[in-house]
Design a protein around this ligand. Sequence first.
Ligand code: APR
Length: 185
Amino acid sequence: MSEVTASCRFGRVLVVTKRGDITRERADALVNAANSRLAGGGGVDGAIHRAGGPEILAACRRIGGCPTGGAVATPAGRLPARYVIHAVGPVWRGGGHGEARLLAAAYRESLARARELGVRTLAFPAISTGAYGYPLAAAARVALEAVRGEVLARPGRLEEIRFVLFSEPAARAFAAALGAFRSGS
Ligand code: APR
């Protein structure tokens, strides 16, 4: 039986991977997998804007944009959260175009915004693994390594980070990557 839910501590921060819809997640901040124009779109971006309402897009328009590897925060509208952190992951172009560095930066920048806002509970989707085509297993390893490095160095007020994975393959990939940390590899 393969496990699709996993948990581990990175220092004093509890890290959980689970299957679910991030728009239903109760947390101080939800991370969105956005595009650099902050223009909304499909996938998790579309779901967040639909569930959160027009306040989020209005705030995105005021900000104007965000480079790949960056993250910006807005209010969360009607979502069960205080903030949405819009992170821009890279488009997968075969792996030789700085994709891992940019994906890690998108996670680290999201954590920097969370720290600035005093966030205690934070939910991430699997950034770049849908429309942007990043292979799941590689994306999961990059995500967890980046988050681990950042929260061990600068935990801020964070208590819990949840990776909320929409598909079973994504949930399995993130559980396996977290399991690798747990077993010390
Ligand atoms: N909750 C959690 N995860 C979700 C949800 C949801 N409600 N909906 C989709 N996902 C998952 C997808 O299954 C995928 O694993 O989020 C992951 C990221 O996929 P995308 O949303 O396509 O994001 P990304 O690959 O980063 O592409 C970003 O897509 O919609 C556009 O505006 C967005 O242009 C940007 C691009």
